[in-house]
Write a protein that binds this ligand. Sequence first.
Ligand SMILES: Cc1cc2nc3c(=O)[nH]c(=O)nc-3n(C[C@H](O)[C@H](O)[C@H](O)COP(=O)(O)O)c2cc1C
Length: 447
Amino acid sequence: MNRQMVMVGFLQAQNCTNLPSSWRHPESRTDFLSPDYYQEIARVLEAGKFHLAFFDDRLAMPDRYGGDHAHTVEYGIRCVKMDPIAVMMTMAAVTERLGLGSTYSTTYYEPFHVARMFATIDLMTKGRAAWNVVTSVNDGEALNMGRSEAIEHDLRYDRADEFMEIVLGHWDAWDDDALIIDKTSGRFADPAKVRRLDHAGKFYRSRGPFTVPRSAQGHPVIIQAGQSGRGLRFAGRWAEVIFSSAANMRRGREIYTALHAEAERAGRDPNLISICSSITTVAAATKAEAEDKMAALEKLPLEIDALSLLAEGVNFDFAAKDLDEPLSDADLASFSGMLTIRDSVIQASGKRNPTTRDFIRLNNRGKVEGAIVGGPKEVADKLEELFVGRACDGFVVGATHVPGAYADFVTHVVPELQRRGLYHRDYTGPTLRENLGLPHPTIGDWK
Ligand SMILES: Cc1cc2nc3c(=O)[nH]c(=O)nc-3n(C[C@H](O)[C@H](O)[C@H](O)COP(=O)(O)O)c2cc1C
């Protein structure tokens, strides 16, 4: 079969989509505290043969801007954050093929806990689970989780490397055929096929033996979204699905090539990795109709949405500065979150010391900027260009509102991509690995 696009829904267990103002959209459902809301999204994504529904996560509401949460709560800027795993499991109950991925932090949870949680989900979903590995970025998360500040960027990834060795080590504890369950002989499992990990490293200790047998797909699929040099190295070493925030062909190809090089350096086959670009689409039956929808969407965001999310993203309080005051070298050096935000604004502004207004203008946090707007042809053309040009292998599709934006994508874009032979017409098999074209993992294959 031809190379096919991988499609991922970019979901939140909260009051809004990636677009913080989405809750004000006239067609947004407001019952985001009930399972019905998520189950409807799941049904829409599965009808569109999405490979995966993926939940992002943050362990704090944005309150870095002005050091206060009042604006966050007042304007509904991602102020609700439920545990994504509990929410995701309500979607598992109403789907059969849709992969289910969630973000879980390597900074604030123990590796044994994460390994057990996702291995269990993988069994309960019959091999449809994925874990998005993140190294949490901001001080709000640190303060909620008993620390005083976020850990320094590269150190977070050093810890995360060791975290992965433990998680994958535990997932390898049981051979695929370790279970016997023979009531006649009384043998439950073969002790020669269940091993202890005995990990004692620089940052972590974990003994084992692990308490969850292997799933239908061996173990959960690993997702990662590092964009910095250190992040790309981490993703190239561990991830099977990689999210890229590249907004255009040039940057997409750069990241694609860098990730393939990192995967090869780590001794892996880059062709087994799906690199998915983060996009937002505004689709309709016709281009004119989509443009009308986009015009309405552009009225939703407020400046405070951008300020709040920028402050959270780079861990810097923009409220301490006048909008047009250049940030000093020391200010910029103190950024500690998503450093790609800082670097891309410096590059796009052509200034060594951009202002807060430059950040608002040149970064799309809080806005629907960069959306692919159009009828079936226009949206499919753009996706095809990025896919065929090897800027990516697929897409993480963010919604301007739910469930309507996904329903539009599935109604208008999916059939056109299928007609062009770029996107599967049905799932290959019951497990996520099968649908992603990934082989069943063998014990120790990640070493
Ligand atoms: C599509 C996408 C989804 C992401 N989801 C999360 C998330 O849920 N939680 C989180 O803390 N970071 C998330 N990130 C941030 C990445 O994990 C990463 O920190 C960021 O891209 C910056 O890269 P760096 O860590 O290499 O600096 C996401 C990034 C992308 C592109």
